[in-house]
Design a protein around this ligand. Structure first.
Ligand SMILES: [Zn+2]
Length: 386
């Protein structure tokens, strides 16, 4: 995660959520009223922030709960600390009882992506209810890959690939060899796996809240969004966030693509939801997706231009030396000593490949993306990462 330029043009849906994000606090639950396409009617959908270790918008993660006629859907159960599962379930049950429902009435648990802040509480929630467990088919493939050790990762941190000095990546290579399914992933197999474009109703699911699956790779390889155009709601999870920009290429397994390119494609693709109310994974519900997509594209392309300037000067430079020439929020020396080093190097290599990529008609990649997002040369300023 990294810091964008200030003064975002999005409009927060509920002031208390916005204020809480500024003060690293967890706001109370908010009932959602859909965007313009929904005519602004109140829905049975609540955003229930769950406290997690983090600051700013990352002080909580949004669990979205739909109180349907025939059951209850929970999208991203959220975070729970070790041995805090009982507390989590009690608080969720209290939330539901205040609205005339009970924990046992939860029928669907949907997970947008395999990150601990979104998925950890799924295990206890599935154990405590008879809910079906629903995931994106593409994201679940990364879980299977971490199970079999069959990682298809062009950005795996091998020292020879990154040109790192001897010893620097020893720890991470060891870690890769011992890779297993992380403990925060439910042991249970999903009951339903959604593919891009699937209507939830076609799987016999309640699609009141998330009617249709929209797969948006980039943050993770199979990141899942849900949209209900009639209700005017786009559930974006970590595809796009207020205040900060989502990290890219953070899957627990990879599916072979370049996450930065995939992220830009996803960012362009969700333009069809520009008029809807956005429920992100953190921060605050907002409208103004068009503006936020643009700000996010500026951030990604600003970084790409920084990488490009180094490559113009030395096209053969190693990933390691390329990274040393870039702006990092804790400085290059700081990054070298930090646990974020591997992710920083991976990202550098993804950006390098974006810069070197060309369209089938030979058009320069960065100019093409600027055109797609309607950006001018003003975006070509360095942006610090990490
Ligand atoms: Zn995430």
């Amino acid at each position: 995660m990294s810091t964008p330029p200030a003064a975002s043009k999005v409009t927060p849906f509920a002031k208390p959520q916005y204020t809480a994000a500024q003060n690293s606090r967890t706001p109370g639950p908010v009932r959602v009223v859909g965007g313009t396409a929904g005519g602004g009617h109140a829905t049975g959908t609540w955003v229930r922030p769950v406290t997690m270790p983090g600051s700013g918008v990352m002080a909580s993660v949004f669990s979205t709960i739909h109180l349907g006629e025939n059951g209850i859907t929970v999208i991203d159960p959220g975070w729970t600390g070790r041995n805090k599962e009982g507390e989590y379930l009690r608080e969720l049950d209290d939330f539901l009882r205040e609205r005339g429902r009970r924990l046992e009435q939860i029928t669907q648990v949907i997970v947008t992506h395999a990150h601990p802040d979104h998925v950890t509480a799924a295990t206890c929630l599935l154990d405590a209810t008879r809910a079906r467990f629903i995931v994106g088919e593409q994201e679940w493939r990364t879980v299977e890959k971490s199970r079999t050790g069959d990682a298809d990762d062009p950005y795996a941190p091998w020292p020879e690939r990154f040109g790192t000095p001897a010893g620097v990546l020893d720890g991470s290579v060891e870690h890769m060899k011992n890779q297993r399914v992380p403990a925060f992933i439910p042991r249970r197999r999903p009951d339903v796996q959604l593919a891009d474009g699937d209507l939830l109703a076609d799987h016999g699911l309640d699609g009141d809240l998330g009617a249709r699956a929209v797969v948006t790779p980039g943050h993770t390889p199979g990141h899942l969004c849900l949209v209900n155009e009639d209700a005017g709601i786009f559930l974006a999870a970590d595809m796009i966030l207020p205040e900060i920009h989502p990290g890219i290429g953070l899957g627990i397994g990879q599916l072979g693509g370049n996450p930065v390119i995939e992220y830009l494609e996803s960012l362009d693709r969700i333009r069809e939801f520009d008029d809807l109310l956005v429920i992100p994974g953190h921060g605050y519900v907002f409208s103004g997706l068009a503006a936020r997509r643009r700000e996010t594209a500026e951030h990604v392309l600003g970084r790409a231009w920084e990488v490009r300037r180094v490559l113009d000067w030395n096209p053969e430079i190693s990933v390691w030396r390329l990274a040393s020439q870039l702006t990092w929020s804790s400085g290059w020396e700081g990054l070298r000593e930090s646990p974020m080093l591997v992710s920083g190097l991976r990202q550098t290599m993804m950006y390098r490949d974006l810069v070197l990529s060309r369209d089938s008609d030979g058009e320069d990649a960065l100019t093409r993306w600027e055109r797609i997002f309607g950006l001018d040369e003003g975006c070509r300023v360095p942006r610090a990462e990490h």
